[in-house]
Ligand binder design. Structure first.
Ligand code: C5P
Length: 310
């Protein structure tokens, strides 16, 4: 087979609720994730030498076994039982790194989807999702995409019924010098909030049901006004990272913003608008202040797919 291109989109969290701590050390979560149309591109070329190679246009990203793309390729090849398979991969980054936008997870998801086709592994969608969950909590969502409820560690997916999110416009900002480690953010959350963590499955399920039937899902499903967004890592990260405080204050000044929040463990921040045009207008309105604060900014739309060939 000739070369393949795979698109690897970014996500934001419309809701991130930390329910408790699991016996495997991960947090039990209740989230709503939304795919964006801001995407990296992974180019795949088969090789006959049994090697797995990655190049990237960003020199600050590892291209060895620390990169989820390489780990995904190695895991898929091992499970397919075909050690002679090889690939040369080239990653073009557009998603900011270390930002809470699942850039790394989405790159790994793109490798699974692309190599399953390139190598003819013929894994079913369910098998690919299971492999993705072994590699990272956000990776199954990065394969499925769209608007989804994500439970468990983040890997248990339920599509949001009749989600109207695709019409929303998104203004995304990040300070280039800020980055937050996800394990650090969850560790701090545990230190600060563990006394309030739930521990019973019945309590977890009650919170999941509250999210399924709550105002955010009603807004996404029926076009009702968006409620304020909840991200339990935001009050953990905000006091520690000045650019998160400053960026949130800036986005709250945007005309027509429906909601403002941090994505994942940050430090990227976003404002939602009724349309892409309204997000463009808000970007123009805030441009001077964003530049003065040293922020990078992207206007995005919502995307209904995950990692996709082509
Ligand atoms: O699964 P992933 O590799 O993306 O997780 C990165 C880190 O984030 C984990 O090692 C853990 O510290 C934290 N995490 C967590 N609970 C989750 C997901 C991630 O504590 N549900």
């Amino acid at each position: 087979m000739a070369e393949l291109l795979v698109s690897a989109p970014a996500k934001i969290n419309l809701h991130l609720e930390v329910l408790g701590l699991r016996s495997d050390g991960f947090h039990e979560l209740a989230m709503v994730m939304q795919m964006l149309d801001l995407a990296d591109t992974l180019r795949l070329q088969p090789t006959a030498d049994g090697s797995i190679r990655l190049r990237c246009d960003r020199s600050d990203l590892p291209t060895d076994g620390r990169n989820l793309i390489v780990r995904a390729a190695e895991l898929l090849r091992a499970r397919a039982g075909l050690p002679e398979l090889g690939v040369a991969m080239e990653l073009t980054k557009r998603i900011p790194i270390g930002a809470g936008l699942a850039g790394g997870s989405s790159n790994g998801a793109a490798a699974l989807v692309g190599l399953n086709a390139l190598w003819g592994c013929a894994l079913s969608p369910e098998q690919l999702l299971a492999l993705a969950a072994e590699l990272g909590s956000d990776m199954p969502f990065c394969i499925a995409g769209g608007t989804q409820l994500c439970f468990g560690r983040g890997e248990v997916l339920e599509p949001v019924p009749l989600a109207q999110a695709p019409s929303l416009g998104v203004l995304l900002i990040k300070h280039p010098e800020a980055s937050v480690s996800t394990p650090w953010a969850y560790g701090r959350c545990r230190e600060q909030r563990q006394d309030f963590y739930l521990s019973d499955e019945a309590d977890f399920e009650q919170r999941r049901q509250a999210l399924r039937t709550g105002p955010l899902l009603t807004a996404l499903g029926q076009g009702a006004p968006l409620p304020p967004l909840r991200n339990d890592l935001q009050p953990v990260v905000e006091p520690e990272v000045a650019s998160v405080r400053e960026g949130l204050a800036l986005l709250r000044q945007a005309d027509g913003a429906l909601a403002v929040a941090m994505s994942g463990s940050g430090p990227s921040l976003f404002a939602l608008f009724p349309s892409r045009a309204a997000a463009v207008a808000a970007h123009q309105q805030l441009d001077g202040a964003l530049q003065a604060g040293g922020f990078e900014a992207w206007v995005c739309g919502c995307h209904q797919a995950g990692a996709t060939l082509g």
